[in-house]
Design a protein around this ligand. Structure first.
Ligand SMILES: Nc1ncnc2c1ncn2[C@@H]1O[C@H](COP(=O)(O)OP(=O)(O)OP(=O)(O)O)[C@@H](O)[C@H]1O
Ligand SMILES: [Mg+2]
Ligand SMILES: [Zn+2]
Length: 509
């Protein structure tokens, strides 16, 4: 009897677990049995691995072969186990030394011709290997740059099964040049300098970026709502390494990493179309759920343009992740959990006809109904409600240099974020938008006389108790931007204006 073991990784969402692949060769009628894979994947894996071995010039052992993947209870999907399956069979047959497989994790799909194909989720799989104490990994060559994001892991890329076998025999593997990770330069950086006029809208995106506050932009078509939203990610600081690895892992599982520059360093921006399904926005799909736009936007911006046009299901489903910062999607094969810590930006026209107000043909009740599609509970979680109006001709033709570019505003945002992060050192929060208003009022109260206007709004019913807490939270961001140690009356007044910015419409409060 001949036995060999190889290691691979199974992923459920971003969570990985080590999988042991065992090959047993016994005398008897030649055949191949695989256990531990879901039925549909079984026959495909069997055929691919056998064809790849034969087409790589190796003999397929004429034995009774049993391949087992364990733990059996672990959901194992995808074709990333092929390399480990092939290596285990060939090690059991004595073609490669079994010892070479002991401290390596093998990831990769095989083509029938023996080519090694790229797989999704290499970064989270390599993270899993590392936390299990295995620091040598073999990955498809196309995924090598991604695997090398973790410097303490020794990653080798193989383009063919033959290269893998050579590596395991201790022979030199052709050293394919890994494309140098290049800075992903957005080909068309969107700069605030392009937005004419709109002082209120410009301040709104600055404040949103500085505090991580969700933002609702309401205004007529052509006012520049989309322009403003698209410029928000450029105001956010570059991701920290920890954030970058998290965002990259999500994009990796979704199969969206560009091979040349695998590390996502900038705050992502996702703008799903309003016809998108709940699965597309929140994650889903068969097998193990894939991340949706909300998770792809984590640490960045999720922009819902024409927000009232989104399906009720989508808008409702956003509420839970806004509270918890994570989303768990259950499927028969397992429950995948993804991070969803984005800044939400909603944009809407005041009415469904999307005409300037003097040309609007909508009946009053359809105007009213249109915005109520954005449910109160969703809008209640959005700290800033901002009305943007059309820019005037004078503003459009204002001389160059009359508005600030992104670089200037981003510097203020960075300073304000640093102030907030210092205040929240030792807590789970780094920016004002993350701190629950209750905690904020208890631990970082705004001195009493400064809150006069907000208290009056509370008394008169223009502000709910929940809204009151959110106004004070926003006031902290305005104080951080202004360099004040605590919010002053002007900051509270300004924050109140942001909260009640769409006053008169059914969504205010
Ligand atoms: N403030 C502005 N400064 C410069 N150009 C602007 C401004 N507002 C609008 N524009 C011009 O109008 C176009 C449409 O702007 P944008 O898509 O941002 O408007 P919107 O408010 O999102 O409109 P809609 O409600 O129709 O989506 C822009 O591509 C730009 O050319
Ligand atoms: Mg628009
Ligand atoms: Zn209308």
């Amino acid at each position: 009897m001949a036995l060999a073991r190889a290691w691979s990784v199974a992923l459920v969402g971003l969570e990985g677990a080590l999988v042991e692949v065992e090959a047993d060769l016994a005398q008897g009628l030649p055949g191949l049995t695989v256990t531990g894979l879901p039925d549909a994947a079984l026959s495909e894996a069997r055929d691919r691995v056998r064809a790849a071995v034969v087409n790589s010039g190796e003999d397929w052992p004429s034995k009774r072969i049993t391949l087992g993947l364990s733990p059996a209870s672990l959901p194992k999907r995808g074709s990333g186990f092929d390399l480990a399956l092939a290596a285990a069979v060939l090690a059991a047959a004595g073609v490669v030394p079994a010892a070479a497989l002991h401290d390596r994790v093998l990831l990769g799909e095989l083509g029938l011709d023996g080519q090694v194909r790229a797989v999704r989720g290499v970064l989270p799989a390599v993270l899993t290997a590392r936390s299990a104490g295995i620091t040598r990994v073999v990955v498809p060559r196309a995924n090598l740059a991604e695997a090398r994001l973790l410097p303490e892991v020794e990653a080798v890329g193989v383009a063919t099964l033959r290269e893998l076998l050579a590596l395991l025999r201790g022979e030199a593997v052709p050293d394919h040049p890994v494309p140098e990770p290049v800075e992903e330069d957005d080909p068309t950086p969107k700069d605030l300098v392009d937005v004419a006029g709109q002082p209120g809208g410009r301040t709104a995106v600055e404040v949103s970026a500085a505090g991580g506050h969700h933002l609702f932009l309401l205004g007529p078509p052509g006012a520049g709502k989309t322009m403003l939203a698209e410029r928000l990610p450029g105001l956010l600081p570059p991701l920290t390494l920890e954030q970058a690895l998290e965002v990259t892992a999500v994009h990796s599982v979704a199969g969206l990493l560009p091979p040349g520059h695998p590390l996502v360093r900038r705050a992502p921006f996702q703008d799903p179309h309003h016809s998108s399904t709940t699965a597309a926005v929140l994650g889903g799909g068969s097998g193990i759920a894939r991340p949706g736009a909300a998770s792809l936007a984590t640490q960045g911006v999720l922009f819902l343009d024409e927000a009232p046009e989104f399906g009720h299901g989508v808008l409702d489903a956003l509420r839970q992740p806004l509270e918890s910062g994570r989303i768990s999607i259950r499927r028969a094969a397992g429950t995948a959990t993804y991070p969803v810590r984005f800044t939400l930006v909603l944009a809407a026209n005041p009415c469904p006809c999307a005409q300037p107000s003097d040309e609007c043909t909508c009946r009053p009740e359809s105007r009213r109904r249109y915005l109520t599609r954005l449910s109160g509970p969703l809008l209640d979680r959005v700290d800033m409600h901002v009305q943007v109006d059309r820019v005037s001709k004078a503003e459009v033709f204002a001389e160059e240099g009359s508005v600030e570019p992104t670089s200037v505003v981003a510097a203020r945002v960075a300073r304000a974020r640093a102030t907030a992060a210092a205040r929240y050192a030792g807590t789970p929060w780094t920016c004002n938008g993350e701190v629950p208003p209750v905690e904020l009022r208890r631990r970082w109260p705004v001195p009493r006389p400064a809150t006069r206007s907000a208290e009056a709004a509370l008394d008169s019913g223009r502000l709910t108790a929940r809204g009151f807490g959110r106004v004070l939270r926003l006031a902290w961001t305005l104080a951080d931007l202004a360099g004040s140690a605590v919010p002053e009356q002007c900051h509270v007044d300004h924050a109140l204006g942001f909260r009640l910015g769409t006053r008169g419409l059914p969504v205010a409060a």
